[in-house]
Design a protein. Sequence first.
Length: 254
Amino acid sequence: MTNEQPFIDVRHAQKSYGTLEVLKDISLQVSKGQIVAIIGPSGSGKSTLLRAINDLDPLTGGEIWLEDKQVNKDLPHRQYEKHINKVRQEIGMVFQHFNLFPHLTVRENITLAPKMLKGISDKDADKLAEEQLAKVGMSERIDYYPSQLSGGQKQRVAIARALAMKPKVMLFDEATSALDPELVEEVNLVMKALAEEHMTMIIVTHEMGFAESVCDRVLFMDEGVVVEEGPPEIIFKNPKNERTQNFLRKHLNG
């Protein structure tokens, strides 16, 4: 890491549900343009950490910073709503289950937020939708409803929708795990294209091959802590920690 200010700075993140500690004092710095994969067993806190970055799952303790702005500010409700809506415009998020509005067309799903939150015109919003759909190979489906799309197509639309807000960072929470195996690659290809454009990304994934070939850094989480982190060639070829070794043995040979 250089001495420059981290683009995303997670400082001593803690998250508890009652007596259950899900995140235990996690710190993570991500530079601009870096692609970070988070791997680990189910229940290790990966998705909770990702959702904390845009305060969808607020922390019990610790701070999240995006550039020079603290994301998880303790503010009166009205001020907080205004603050977090602004912050979330800069953080695109893609979920496991697409979260498209079923009653809206692809075009409407993509243009809704830019029109509501950024106040752009119908004409500009349409142009934006067309640009983003071209990027994910879905131009011809612009007036389809989600029910007319495959899982892979829905996920590509969800990515286009997130990109339409022109975010500074993209968060992917198991973006391919709900897809049939033959549809996984079409979503991975879109994510690879974003990587080539140096989009800052944090990706929670079970796809070890993808993490190894596309990401700059890999974090292995277990039981609410970052057990080990480093470049993919170290984590996948020569992990130091026994827990990392056992996890990878299962997932690379399984």
